[in-house]
Design a protein around this ligand. Structure first.
Ligand SMILES: O=c1ccn([C@H]2C[C@H](O)[C@@H](COP(=O)(O)O)O2)c(=O)[nH]1
Ligand SMILES: [Zn+2]
Length: 162
């Protein structure tokens, strides 16, 4: 009897890989965020990335970080990856699900994560650690019993020819 293939990717590599790949759809020139929501038995339930709402043109709305008028910045228009993944879900409940995301969730996403019943967050980068937004997210996750931990990078490189 033949033996199984060695070197297959782990569940964590698979789901964070899907999250990072989803982020490659983002039009944000500065930060591309991708998200993958997974059931407790490791089935992918939904995915998302940071982008504009349906009907809002990527070419007409601003992608600037700064502007004299907040209306000239991306911040008032962008839907965050986590919220997009939650809203993209077409099933019933996300109760007990896990969420893989390439950037630690902001406070607004943290609220949506908690309210949707997601119980675990696995994040990659946390470049806004220490900001009020991230501190508020942690405070809310702790209070709501949502576990979070950083993805442990394995150094594995995957090349995909498309
Ligand atoms: O929880 C989060 C936080 C941020 N994002 C998105 C929103 C923006 O498109 C970028 C952040 O842009 P910066 O230029 O780094 O400020 O990330 C998200 O999807 N989820
Ligand atoms: Zn957010």
């Amino acid at each position: 009897m033949g033996s199984k293939r060695e070197g297959y990717i782990s569940w964590d590599e698979y789901f964070m890989g899907v999250a990072i790949l989803s982020g490659q759809r983002s039009k944000d020139p500065n930060t591309q965020v991708g998200c993958c929501i997974v059931s407790q038995d490791n089935k992918i339930l939904s995915m998302g990335y940071n982008g504009l709402p349906i009907g809002c043109s990527d070419d007409e709305f601003p992608w600037d970080r700064e502007g004299d008028d907040p209306l000239d910045t991306k911040y008032v228009y962008t839907v965050h990856s986590e919220l997009n993944a939650i809203l993209n879900y077409r099933g019933g409940s996300l109760e007990g699900a896990k969420l893989y995301v390439s950037l630690f969730p902001c406070n607004e996403c943290a609220k949506a994560i908690i309210q949707s019943g997601i119980k675990e967050v696995i994040y990659d980068c946390n470049k806004y650690e220490g900001t009020p937004s991230v501190t508020a997210s942690k405070r809310m996750f702790d209070a709501a019993g949502v576990k979070y931990h950083q993805y442990k990078r394995t150094g594995r490189k995957i090349e995909i020819e498309l």
